[in-house]
Structures are given as C-alpha cells and as structure tokens.
Design a protein around this ligand. Structure first.
Ligand code: HMG
Ligand code: MG
Length: 308
C-alpha cells in the first residue's frame, strides 16, 4: 500500500500542528530553582527546531505552582521569532492581566470535566471556572488575545474515576460558544486507551467541528502514541506534546509526563505527515534539557537518536 492510500483509507491528515507544552507542562512538574535564563534558552532552542507553537509558561498562583513563578521574567527575556505563537496558561482575570503586561497574545484557558479535580486544581466549580472565562473576555477581546481551552481529565480523573464523554462534549461546546478557538482534550493522568479516545471524539465531534479539537495525552500507561494514532484516524490534526516527555500536574496524583514530542514526530515522519520539525535537532534539545534537569530523556526516539 502506498503512503497516499494509507492517508486516504485512514483519513490521516497531511500536516499536524504540534503544540509544544514542555516549557509549561514539563517545567511545572520539575523541582524548583530552574533559572529563568534556562527556560528562555529551552524555548528558543525548541523554536530553532521548527516548532511554531510553544506554551511558554503559566500565569497562575505562585503558591500553587512555584516552579513557574518567574513567568513574567521568562516572557520578557525571550527573543521572539515572527511566525511563532508564544502562549501562556491562564486560569482567571488576574492571570490574564499579568500575561497582557508581558505582551502575550495567546493564552490557554483551562478547566476540567471533573468537579473534584476542578476544586483541587483551580479552587472552584466547573461553572465558576466558566464564569472566570466570561470575566476575562472583555479584556481579552480588547487586547486581541486568542484563547485556546483545555478540558482536563477527559479519560479519567484521579478522584472521580471514569468520566462521561457526553459531559466533555457539552463542555467543549460551551467553551467554543464562549469564544475559545480550539479545545484541547486532556488525558491528564494518562489512563485512556484508543477505543475510548475514538468514542470521546465521536461524541465531541457532534458538538464541535474537528478542526477546533486537539488532543493532549500524558503517557502514564504507555498509551499516548496509540491514542494519538487513534485520534489522527478520526481526523484530528493538532497534537500537544512535550520535549523529552517532560510534564505532569502536581494536583493530579499519579500523572506522569506528556507524550514526548520526539516520539510523536518520529511516528508522524513514518506516516508521511508533515510537522516542520527537525527531529535530530529536537532530540539533542531533549537530551540537553533532561541533563540540565538531572535525569535522562523520557523520549524513546530521543534516546535512540542521541545514543543515550
Ligand atoms: P484561588 O485561591 O481561588 O484565587 O486560586 P483567589 O482569586 O482567591 O486568590 C488567592 C491568591 O492568589 C491571591 O493572592 C491572588 O492575588 C492570587 P493573596 O491575596 O493570597 O496574596 N492569584 C493569582 N496570582 C497569580 N496569578 C494568578 C492569580 N489568581 C489569583 N492568575 C487559582 C485560583 C486558579 C489562581 C489557583 O488555584 C491556581 O493558580 N491554580 C493553578 C493550578 C495549576 O496551574 N495547575 C497546573 C496546570 S493545569 C494542567 O497541568 C492540565 C493541563 O496540562 C491539561 C491536562 O493535562 O489535562 C492544562
Ligand atoms: Mg497536561
């Protein structure tokens, strides 16, 4: 079978947009005291690999995530390259004001489909989190801020277990109706399997057009690449991942790293799907940042390519 037939039969996209979340999802879960200059170097090196969307940091309570308390400094120090989106994770108006002060133009708003996780992570109910988003809209619109949204715990919650996919589908539509341009479906604790991914997408696609959906997999049970392939077969073409497989949420017990960007790019290269990313360079960045953080890379492709 030719690659063309494979694409036709499986409805695989020709191009995948990678949302690199390592500097945010990755570094929020590492020990303290990573200097801002190292974070800046990481972001700039990721851009040099061809990644065009970087979630660079978050504007959240420094008491909750002290690892990213230097977000202002990081964004200020960055030499931004045109054509690249530098985003920040923001949960409320206070965070949006701080992000705007650094001239951020793109934010990731985050909520979840689990009431218990919502309380633990952002100290409010799901409905209150949507109200926080509504409170942000006038300022966001006045400053031409693009809002991407995350829904966490879509394939399982550390506190509530199984999650009803209809609830996620409904919440995704609410987020789009409020003006978010895309919803990233997060398997925060990495428990989902491909059949569940396809069921979730089938239900969510009835509410939100596919081009406005993305997937965000953590790899706790080693299912992330299979889940991404299942999502690609459904027509998804935006995938979140993290260099060297860094990542995790301190408020989601048992969450391990995100799927590694190197592994995703290796798989996509094999499928003939374009990403614009230089895999050799990226695996060097993955090994470099892992060494700086005091552990080896968690990317299998990265390990193989760098001979680690
Ligand atoms: P709260 O305690 O309800 O907020 O926190 P509050 O409005 O009552 O304020 C309490 C204090 O926080 C006040 O300061 C505020 O000024 C300050 P104090 O008077 O005590 O000195 N504050 C802020 N400071 C900085 N930035 C802000 C901000 N807002 C209030 N934006 C809040 C609510 C949401 C702020 C808090 O619970 C929080 O920061 N949570 C963040 C948790 C987090 O970042 N988790 C990790 C990211 S989510 C994730 O990783 C999942 C994802 O990857 C997808 C997936 O994997 O599924 C996205
Ligand atoms: Mg995450």
């Amino acid at each position: 079978m030719s690659m063309h037939d494979l694409h036709k039969n499986n409805k695989l996209p020709k191009h995948v947009k990678i949302v690199e979340v390592g500097p945010r999802d990755g570094l929020q879960n590492e020990p303290l005291n990573i200097p801002a200059s190292l974070k800046v170097e990481l972001i700039e090196r990721l851009v040099a690999c061809g990644l065009s969307y970087i979630e660079a940091t978050s504007f959240v309570s420094p008491k909750k995530i002290p690892q990213l308390a230097d977000s202002h400094e990081v964004i200020q120090q960055l030499k931004r390259k045109s054509g690249v989106t530098y985003a920040a994770l923001v949960p409320n108006l206070h965070g949006l004001e701080n992000a705007i002060a650094t001239d951020i133009k793109e934010i990731g708003f985050f909520t979840t489909v689990s009431e218990t996780f919502c309380q633990k992570n952002i100290n409010c109910s799901i409905a209150e989190s949507l109200q926080r988003l509504k409170d942000m809209l006038p300022l966001a619109n006045a400053n031409n801020i693009n809002i991407r949204a995350y829904i966490s715990c879509v394939l399982g919650c550390p506190y509530e277990g199984k999650i009803d996919h209809q609830h996620t589908a409904k919440l995704a539509k609410q987020l789009i109706d409020l003006g978010c341009y895309e919803v990233s479906l997060g398997d925060t604790i990495g428990v989902g399997t491909p059949g569940e991914v396809q069921d979730l997408l089938q239900k969510t696609m009835l509410n939100v057009p596919l081009p406005q959906l993305a997937v965000h997999f953590h790899d706790t049970y080693g299912q992330a690449l299979a889940n991404i392939f299942a999502a690609l077969q459904m027509g998804i073409s935006t995938v979140d991942s993290s260099v060297a497989g860094l990542g995790g949420c301190p408020y989601a017990k048992g969450a391990s790293g995100n799927v590694a960007t190197e592994d995703v790019v290796y798989m996509l290269n094999g499928l003939g799907i374009e990403t614009g990313v230089d895999l050799t360079k990226l695996s060097e960045v993955g090994s470099w940042i892992s060494a700086k953080l005091g552990h080896g890379t968690r990317s299998k492709a990265g390990k193989a390519l760098s001979g680690e």
